[in-house]
Design a protein around this ligand. Sequence first.
Ligand code: HH2
Length: 282
Amino acid sequence: MTSWSLRGLPERARCLVMGVVNVTPDSFSDGGVLYPDGHPQTAIAHGLRLLEEGADVLDVGGESTRPGATPVPVEEELRRVVPVIEALADAGAVVSVDTSKPEVARAGVAAGAVIVNDVSGGADPELLAAVAETGAAYVLMHTRGTPAEMAGLAHYEDVVAEVYEFLAEGLARCQAAGIDLARVAVDPGLGFAKTADHNLALLRALPQLRGLGRPVLVGASRKSFLGRLLDGAGPDDRLEGSLACAAAGVLGGASLLRVHEVRATVRVARVAHAIATADVGA
Ligand code: HH2
């Protein structure tokens, strides 16, 4: 395994673990369990717990991408995420803001986030301009359409080639917008306009996606294709599936894993790293 870097993130030879902090009442993965009262303190406490469990990055998001989720106006998204980002950054966390809105990206970085995680695939030139302007790191993820439309758009002749091409074009758009590519990671967007077969093909193709020359992020945690593989298990009963993907991610050369269960993932990633590298050190 080669060492990698994403300027703005701690430099590590191993795969980093990004813990999910959903500040949403309707995320598919936790159904608002972690944010039942609309109070930032609940999400902050969850983030601090993930930090203790060994998360390298905390990804704070205020809008669910679940198909059918209610779109969140800018003011509400800001109200949800800004206090949480501030508190977690103050506590020493490396924070990422999960948003596709330029206003939220700008405010998130001003509040202490150093990464903008954009599940829209760089669809909004304004967002790319905001990333360039703030100097934040950026996650470019493959998707098609809006969350409401994406399930109907899961048709590919060759999913790996088409995702690769989309990300290559996206990197070119990032560069044209003035973003330093040394700050960009790419993500195949598992579950976004993909069937279970597409997700599995992309997990197998991580070494090819590394051919884009940028660190690869994998977000498989608790996704519905794992429920299908595990006899219909619900989102909070997909741990083993999520961990199997984490191991596959490390062995495939992923640089970041976006996950809900941090402690278990850190332990699996450590062992998978040792298998991949024969490095049993710290
Ligand atoms: N998946 C989700 C959200 N953000 N970001 C990246 N880069 N990659 C992903 O695969 C990804 C993502 C969906 O998961 P979750 O946040 O748990 O659910 P929801 O969008 O319903 O809040």
